[in-house]
Every structure is written in C-alpha cells, then in structure tokens.
Design a protein around this ligand. Sequence first.
Ligand SMILES: Nc1nc2c(ncn2[C@@H]2O[C@H](COP(=O)(O)OP(=O)(O)OP(=O)(O)O)[C@@H](O)[C@H]2O)c(=O)[nH]1
Length: 148
Amino acid sequence: MKFLTSGYAADIGDILNGALFTVDYSEMVIVKDVDYYSLCEHHLLPFFGKCHVAYIPRTQVIGISKIPRLVDVFSRRLQVQERLTNEIAECIREAVDPLGVGVIMHGTHLCMAMRGVEKQNSATVTSAMLGTFRSDARTRAEFLQLAQ
Ligand SMILES: Nc1nc2c(ncn2[C@@H]2O[C@H](COP(=O)(O)OP(=O)(O)OP(=O)(O)O)[C@@H](O)[C@H]2O)c(=O)[nH]1
C-alpha cells in the first residue's frame, strides 16, 4: 500500500470522493485517449500525450471521471514517463482492488524535440501491466487492441 497509506492518502481520497460502486461486472473497463501534460524532472521541460487505462473489476468499479483525475495527480509533478506510468497503475490497483490493471502512455518529450537530439516526431511508449494484465496474454492482447 503505497498511495492510500502515505501522504498521498488524503488527496487520493478527496479525488475519489467515494466514487466506488459495487457492480456485478467482470469484463474489461477501458478509459482511453486521456490527455496528460507533465514535466521532465531532468530538463524541466514538458512531456505530454495520451494515456490509456484499463482494469478488470473484482467487486467494484471506480467512477469513470476519477481515472483522468488520477492521471492528472501523477502527471502534474516532475516526472519520468516510466515512473508516471507505474504510479497510475499502482494507485488504481490500491484504490479499486481489481483483478488487473493496464496503463499505456504515449509521450512527446520537448527535451528531445526543442533541444538536445532535436527529433520532432519521436514518441515514447510505456506500459504498466499488473495482475491479469501481466499474467494473461489474452487480457493484455484485448487491452492493446481496444487501446489502438
Ligand atoms: N464506472 C462508472 N462511473 C460512472 C458512470 N456514470 C457516471 N460515473 C461516475 O460516477 C462518479 C460520481 O462521482 P462523484 O464524485 O459523486 O460526482 P462528481 O462530483 O460529478 O464527479 P466528477 O465527474 O469527477 O466531477 C463520477 O466519477 C462519474 O464519472 C458509469 O456508467 N460507470
């Protein structure tokens, strides 16, 4: 328990606002194309893109607007894309206790475009797969297909 028992707990609790619903639904839920904006902690330059979040409920679902809100919580701080991806996935796992969580993030990093190597069109893709998304290749494939 990293987020719900730490200094983040009050913030996360406020954001969730109790929006967890007991529902008899055990298929994948996916919220895709969530825009995010973050800051590269090394260069203090923006990176941004789209995030796809999926989970398979065990006993409860989360209010759908809370997923982009959680993406914002972890984006709006100095980050590296890999850590950002992991933090979103871990937080949803802690909050919802699902069978699995998957997060895919596409990032355009201005530190690679406007300076340094100066590549204007490169994209960085990261993923975090937890639970069934890690252990079951079909679940992961379904997520990847739905996220396209
Ligand atoms: N899982 C799920 N959540 C839904 C559905 N319809 C609405 N919701 C969510 O129910 C939640 C209710 O949360 P509250 O915090 O009580 O309402 P709110 O203040 O309007 O929340 P925000 O939309 O985050 O501003 C929101 O996250 C909605 O997005 C649905 O069909 N499925």
